[in-house]
Structure formats: C-alpha cells, structure tokens
Design a protein around this ligand. Structure first.
Ligand code: NAD
Length: 266
C-alpha cells in the first residue's frame, strides 16, 4: 500500500505543473484527445499522442510541438495497447498520465442496431477502456511512481438523451462503473483513476455524426442554447479539466466522474 503524498505545502504553480511527467493520450489525433494532448504538453508533460490514425497523430504532434510525439495504437487490440505502454515507459523510464479519449459514437436507432454495431462500440469504448487501463497500470506499477488514468466518458454515462445511442449509452455507463472499480483496485498502487463526462462537444467526430444524431432528436445548436451556461463544449473545455485531473491539484481524487456539461444534467 502506498499512501498518496500530502501536497498541502506545495505552491500552486508547482501543483499545476506536469514538468518531468510522461503522458499518453489515446485518440490523440483529433477532437478531445488532441486538445488534452496540447494542454498536457503546455503544462510540461512529455506527451505521446496515440491513435489508429497515425498520420493524424503525427500532424497533431507537429502542431502541438513541445516535444510531443505520435504513435500508432488500436485500442481494440490488447497487444497494440501493451506495445504503446511499453513504448511510453521506454522513452522516459516512467509513465505518469494516461488519457483514454479514443472512442466512437455511430448513431443507430434500436431496430437498426445489429449485434455487430453493438460489439463495435462496446469493443472500443468499454472493453478498450479496460484494456488500456490494465496496460497503463501495469506500466505505471513497473515504473514505481504511481500515476493517473483519465477516462473520457460522457453525460451519456448518466442518461439516454435521444434515440440511436443505446449501445453508446451502455458503453459509457460501463466506463463510469469501470472507473470506480479501477480506482478501488489501483489506489493501493498510488494510481488515481478519474473520468470526465462532457456534454456535446464540437469535434470532427461529432461533425461526422451530426446528421444522424439530429435525426435521432439531438438538436445540437438548440441544445447549447438550452443549457444553463448557454453553449455546448469545445474540446479545450474538457482538456483543461483533464490537466486538473492529472495534476496534484486533484491528488486526493479518485473514482469520480467529473461533469463538464454546462449544467446539462443539473
Ligand atoms: N464529441 C462529443 O460530443 C463527445 C461528448 C461526450 C463524450 N465524448 C467522448 O470523447 C471521446 C473523443 O470523442 P471526439 O468527439 O473527440 O471524437 P473524434 O472522432 O473527433 O476523435 C476520436 C479519435 O479516436 C480515434 N480512435 C477511434 N477508434 C480508435 C481505436 N480503435 N484505436 C485508437 N484510436 C481510435 C480516432 O481515430 C480519432 O482520432 C470519445 O470517447 C467520445 O465518446 C465525445
């Protein structure tokens, strides 16, 4: 059992800083993952942007700079995730932060939803989160510095907000429970596990699904206007909270899912 250190006497600037830490962001090529990579790098972490779209990840790394690098990963494949964790560990000899943003959300009304559609979403979003957390934790324990795993969940982890998303909602409810279970099992290793639940967030993936989501009842623009804070999210809204989760500001937080929802669930 390793107790999380008490950081009360550290100055705020030191608590926010991620200098000297190594971070992996899955789904780092675009959208929320890319924004997380940019903010983690700005906070001082050495960032590995991993994605099945390795060209996109390379472009993101070149744009973000600050020593960030790209890697290939397919989160459906445990061997690929293990290779990524090994690569991260080999680079700096440590692995401190692992953000799970890679996820998919193809919309399908219930009676069009095939078992293959179901499996595809659960495979990436839920099984893939389990595999990623397991491999990240293995590497963090090997490095011996503790660590933080941040799962990108969704307000769909709390309620179904339209038709066509049963498989997605089930996967994100699962991520919330998995986050709690991982927190219990990994806490004694000094590894914190948190999740972030964003409201609708304007990303390339969302744009690809816009038509189908709107057919299922998500009126994206009017949803933003109806929220207490008056707009939906942009990726950086989530990324700033990811930095908070990863930093020592949140050093006694684990198992929670943090809503970044402009008041959607309030
Ligand atoms: N955009 C939203 O409205 C919204 C809201 C709440 C939660 N989320 C969650 O945020 C996360 C990111 O969503 P986004 O909108 O940024 O999506 P996006 O499609 O813009 O980006 C997702 C990235 O994940 C990568 N990816 C997909 N499958 C992969 C796999 N098998 N292996 C490795 N990489 C893979 C894609 O190549 C892409 O670069 C997802 O988990 C999503 O469920 C999104």
């Amino acid at each position: 059992m390793r107790a999380i250190p008490d950081v009360s006497l550290l100055p705020l600037a030191e608590l926010v800083s991620l200098a000297g830490r190594t971070a992996v962001v899955t789904g780092g090529a675009r959208g929320i993952g890319r924004a997380c990579g940019a903010r983690l790098a700005e906070a001082g972490a050495a960032v590995l942007l991993a994605d099945v779209d390795v060209d996109g990840a390379a472009e993101a790394a070149a744009t973000i700079g600050r020593g960030s690098v790209a890697a290939h990963v397919d989160v459906r494949d445990a061997g690929s995730v293990r290779a990524l964790a090994d690569q991260a560990l080999a680079g700096q000899g440590r692995l401190d932060i692992w953000v799970n943003s890679a996820g998919i959300y193809p919309s399908r009304p219930l009676f069009d939803l095939s078992e293959d559609d179901w499996d595809a979403v659960v495979d990436v979003n839920l099984r893939g989160t389990f595999v990623r957390a397991q491999e990240a934790a293995r590497a963090m324990i090997a490095a011996g510095n503790g660590g933080v795993i941040v799962n990108v969940s969704s307000t769909a982890a709390y309620r179904a907000a339209g038709v066509g998303v049963a498989h997605y909602v089930a996967s994100k409810f699962g991520v919330r429970g998995l986050t709690q279970s991982l927190a219990v099992e990994l806490g004694p290793h000094g590894i914190r596990v948190l999740a972030i639940a964003p409201t609708v967030t304007l990303t390339p993936g969302l744009e690809e699904q816009r038509e189908a989501l709107e057919a299922g009842g998500f009126e994206l623009e009017s949803l933003g206007a109806s929220l207490p804070l008056g707009r939906v999210a942009v990726p950086d809204d989530v990324a700033r909270v990811a930095v908070f989760c990863a930093s020592d500001l949140a050093s006694l937080m684990t198992g929670s899912t943090l809503l970044v929802d402009a008041g959607e669930l309030t």
